[in-house]
Design a protein around this ligand. Sequence first.
Ligand code: PRP
Length: 181
Amino acid sequence: MTDPKLRVLISSEQIQARIKELGDQISKDYPAGNLHMICILKGATFFMTDLARAMKRDVFIDFMGISTYGKGKTSSGEVRVTKDLDISLEGAEVLIVEDIVDSGITLNYLMHVLDQRRPHSIRIAALLDKPERRLRPVHVSYVGFQIPDQFVVGYGLDYDERYRNLDSICVLEGPEAAGAP
Ligand code: PRP
């Protein structure tokens, strides 16, 4: 897909190479136990499926929907669960899989919610991290790429539900980007 408004920031080849490294690292870090990969809908679905296939061990997968209001604008973003997990996390090693950490509001909330379900451990894997945008503290154990504060789309990330199916991460430029968060 070519679009004059899109500038490739991270190519498909770079994404796939980094995911292989992350899969190797995470597999080594979890030599035993039930590892539950929790995908946060919808943006993380592409990263989740590639990361799960890069793992060198058996994993459980599940999906969670989160809706956030006011994030990135104030520090009081309201978060709620719109789709809950199907499987119990009790005693499990939990790996939350996200496409991007921005303000940190979503993951800060989610860590508290999932911690109450008595897992053995919880860590976060995020393909992209924008540390300069952080409003709430979040420890991300596995980061694909740190990126500057630019509006990015592709590989799951959208602008108004568009561009999710690009195989690279692109910066959205021009008038559309001016209206983006
Ligand atoms: C995005 C992204 C994270 C969250 C990160 O989701 O997938 O879940 O925002 O932002 P934060 O760190 O500021 O909380 P979004 O709400 O856009 O939903 P989507 O994945 O369905 O596009």
